[in-house]
Design a protein around this ligand. Structure first.
Ligand code: SF4
Ligand code: FES
Length: 370
């Protein structure tokens, strides 16, 4: 029986898909929203109010690179006026000292900074942006001076997994209170880059050990969130806290998505905030109800004791790997596709010299850094 869901706690606002970086693990869809389809300041401001009225507490301002929006300060101002806690998810490129002060003046609550690598050679290679690491480090100085609470987000994959110990040190040197050690999830551009990015099983196990050790050693100093390499796991993650359960994403053109990769499920249709109130979309939209709860499940999930723990794993991963979004996440040991996925993971991880396929931002294709 379908029970009315609680309101969402968090909303991810993808303000733009434009970005000066071109990371090969980007979770933006391969077909990105174009500049002329981006919503204007007033429309976003209205959505922020609707979100707060619906019960959303936290607003994550993301992209692409949200600093690519000229009206970023006005958007943060509108979100704070709506009463939302505001978190800016950024690579730091496009944030001047003056702009950071303006963001502080309008009440930005928190910054989450992405880290592509722990030195210029790695970070600039992964981000495809020469000089990006040095600019990031400069921006960190301004962030520290202003005193924004800071989280570091280290997207980890086969090429940079050995840099985890240094990433933990950097987080402390930067004064971050938290670090997210997120092994790359294979959606969007990352799915195209499995050969270049897939960690080996040994790397995945070593990272898990290092995270456990660091959590002990840094207790009280640094909070470590960890997303393990799930292709090598036996049970899937509870994606988005369960479909349509805790959060929603709004794409640059106003489509409201249950998760950032939902557009990869071809039979779903997504309502737009321009056409329908946000609360109506959350409670009654067809995409949000497609995989909510457990009614949609078939075996093995339907009769599994873990079905309300992981809700069958990730719908987008089931779609990407086996072409059926209603199937058990193939990461799961009970899935008939589990062994195939593990074999595939090992094959991808063995392609030691696979080149990056860089994402190209709409209207901003350029040469990646060497
Ligand atoms: Fe989770 Fe389904 Fe696997 Fe059970 S069978 S552990 S519910 S993914
Ligand atoms: Fe879409 Fe996991 S990313 S359900």
């Amino acid at each position: 029986m379908q029970v009315k869901p609680p309101p969402p706690i968090a909303m991810l606002a993808e303000l733009t898909h434009r970005c000066p970086l071109s990371c090969p693990y980007c979770s933006n869809p391969v077909e990105m929203a174009k500049l002329d389809s981006e919503m204007d300041t007033e429309t976003w401001a209205r959505i922020f109010k609707e979100a707060a009225a619906l019960g959303v507490l936290q607003l994550h301002l993301s992209g692409g690179e949200p600093a690519s929006r000229r009206d970023l300060v006005a958007l943060v101002n509108a979100a704070r006026e709506a009463g939302l806690y505001t978190n800016l998810i950024t690579s730091a490129i496009g944030l001047s000292e003056r702009r950071l002060h303006e963001l502080d003046d309008v009440g930005l609550d928190h910054i989450q900074l992405s880290l592509q690598g722990t030195d210029a050679a790695m970070a600039d290679k992964v981000g495809g942006y020469r000089g990006g690491f040095d600019r990031k480090m400069k921006t960190v100085e301004w962030i520290k001076k202003i005193g924004f609470p800071l989280t570091l987000n280290f997207v980890l994959h086969r090429r940079n997994a050995h840099q985890l110990p240094r990433a933990l040190e950097l987080a402390q040197e930067m004064g971050a209170r938290r670090i997210e050690v997120a092994t790359v999830q294979f959606h969007g551009w990352a799915l195209r880059n499995r050969d270049a990015l897939m960690p080996t099983r040994e790397q995945a196990q070593q990272v898990t050990r290092q995270v456990a050790e660091a959590r002990k050693n840094l207790k009280g100093q640094l909070v470590i969130d960890y997303v393990p390499a799930d292709y090598h796991d036996d049970y899937p993650k509870r994606c988005m806290g369960g479909w349509g359960t805790t959060g929603l994403n709004v794409a640059p053109d106003g489509q409201v998505l249950p998760c950032h990769a939902a557009q990869s499920i071809p039979h779903l249709t997504f309502d737009r905030v321009q056409d329908r109130p946000l609360a109506d979309i959350w409670f009654h939209g067809s995409a949000f109800n497609a995989y909510r709860g457990t009614d949609w499940m078939s075996d093995p999930c339907k009769t599994c004791e873990r079905k309300t723990i992981d809700f069958g794993g990730c719908r987008c991963q089931a779609m990407a790997v086996i072409g059926d979004a209603a199937a058990t996440d193939p990461v799961c040991i009970k899935s008939p596709h589990h062994q195939t996925l593990q074999n595939q993971a090992n094959e991808h991880a063995a392609k030691s010299d696979a080149p990056f396929i860089y994402r190209t931002a709409p209207g901003a294709a350029r040469e990646p850094a060497e």
